[in-house]
Design a protein around this ligand. Structure first.
Ligand SMILES: Nc1ncnc2c1ncn2[C@@H]1O[C@H](COP(=O)(O)OP(=O)(O)O)[C@@H](O)[C@H]1O
Ligand SMILES: O=C(OP(=O)(O)O)[C@H](O)COP(=O)(O)O
Length: 403
């Protein structure tokens, strides 16, 4: 993989450099609640700008449906990038249209532009190679060189991640180089017991990852939205909790295989439930009830792990030598459902283990809940990306930078 240092030594003065970043930051009411992913790409953007490149920063934000949707505009991220750089950043209101070309044409060496959310164009995420390729061709017309630095998206076979680097000279940015350097160690030389804690809301993606993790980890702690597919697979009522019905057979097999292989697979023993999803805007008291994991009322949903599970998981983290954690244990954005996530974060802080936290929301949770980032071994900007890397999968966005 050629790195940005090689690019800088070759010289970028006056070159248009396309930086594929992951600026997919959590937002509330159009405001960024955690800018960690923007800060993470600053070294790359600064180095390129300082060397006289015309820097085009591109990213997805959220999951819009292949058409412009202002709720997912990258404008707030562009504004924050400008603040963090201490320099103006041009913003184009489209991705490959006249606005993007005007913004790029208007750049002087050392200046930066952000183009609008790549997922406003259906070509970005298209399954069809030709459709993705056509969008990649249009993106390629904006730039002379490609720098991949959106680690959080390298597991996606998307146009800007996979097809675009094949069309331009390509290099890995500083963030990708750092992330891969740390995660590589976890695949080569992992100190045991190796405990993996999983939660969050991207249940379908993450359940699939457990298949391989069962061969690698000594202990798996399951929380967040994915816990309910496990509880359902055990035959429990899960009410209106998040559920991935089609993966129940796979999850049943995971439970059996964990037992056979001697992997400790821990599920919540109690959960916080409510008939309503909390109001994340007003943060009005949600008054959840604590119930045993096998006693979730049919009209309620599980929104955090309960107090017994918090204690259990903390004890199962205490003697770990390596911990990887992805996915909040509950809807941590509301104070009534933040205790599970806090308890896991606290257990990691107190543990002498090498600890890695991965994921946009998990990393944000750690910071928003007031933990000191330096108390963790590594905070990765990618959740799904780091999980798939640890699984040993070939990640499209890394493979594309390799050849
Ligand atoms: N029981 C639950 N039900 C619904 N959503 C949940 C639950 N537990 C956690 N979440 C949500 O999961 C989201 C984060 O999930 P995800 O994107 O998978 O994590 P990451 O970005 O760290 O990979 C948070 O917004 C949180 O509110
Ligand atoms: O937030 C992200 O991933 P993560 O939640 O697994 O950390 C990335 O920006 C990828 O987004 P996607 O899962 O919508 O493709």
């Amino acid at each position: 993989m050629k790195t940005i240092d090689e690019l800088l030594s070759e010289g970028v003065d006056n070159k248009r450099v396309f930086v594929r970043a992951d600026l997919n930051c959590p937002l509330a009411d159009g405001l960024i609640t955690d800018d960690g992913r923007i800060r993470a790409v600053l070294p790359t953007v600064k180095a390129l700008a300082d060397a006289g490149a015309k820097v085009i920063v591109a990213s997805h934000l959220g999951r819009p449906k292949g058409a412009p949707d202002l709720a997912f505009s990258l404008l707030p991220a562009a504004e924050r990038l400008a603040e963090l750089l201490g320099a103006p950043v041009a913003f184009a209101q489209d991705t490959v249209g006249p606005a993007a070309h005007d913004a790029v044409d208007g750049l002087q060496p050392g200046q930066v532009a952000v183009i609008e959310n790549l997922r406003f164009n259906p070509g970005e995420t298209a399954k069809d190679d030709t459709e993705r390729g056509e969008f990649a061709d249009r993106l390629a017309a904006l730039a002379d060189v490609y720098v991949g630095d959106g680690f959080g998206a390298v597991h996606r076979k998307h146009a800007s991640v996979y097809d675009l680097p094949a069309r331009l000279p390509h290099y890995a940015g500083y963030l990708i180089a750092t992330e891969v350097g740390v995660l590589k160690k976890l695949t080569e030389d992992v100190r045991r017991p190796y405990v993996v804690a999983l939660g969050g809301a991207k249940v379908s993606d993450k359940l699939a990852v457990i298949d391989r993790l069962l061969d690698k980890a000594d202990r798996l702690l399951i929380g967040g939205g994915m816990a309910y597919t496990f509880l359902k697979a055990k035959g429990y009522e899960v009410g209106i909790s998040l559920l991935q019905e089609d993966q129940i057979p796979a999850v049943t097999e995971y439970i059996e295989r964990a037992e056979k292989n001697g992997v400790e697979l821990l599920l919540p023993v109690d959960v916080l439930v409510s008939a309503e999803f909390p109001d994340l805007k007003t943060k009005a008291p949600a008054n959840p009830t604590v119930v045993a994991a096998d006693a979730i009322p049919a009209d309620q949903e599980g929104l955090d792990i309960g107090p017994e599970t918090r204690k259990l998981y903390a004890s199962k983290l205490a003697d770990a030598a390596t911990v990887f954690w992805n996915g909040p244990m509950g809807v941590f954005e509301h104070p009534d459902y933040a205790e599970g996530t806090k308890a896991v974060a606290q257990a990691l802080v107190e543990s002498p283990a090498f600890t890695v936290v991965g994921g946009g929301d998990s990393a944000a949770a750690v910071r928003i809940l007031g933990f000191d980032e330096s108390a963790f071994g590594h905070i990765s900007t990618g959740g799904g990306a780091s999980l798939e890397y640890l699984e040993g999968k070939t990640l499209p966005g890394l493979a594309a930078l390799e050849d």
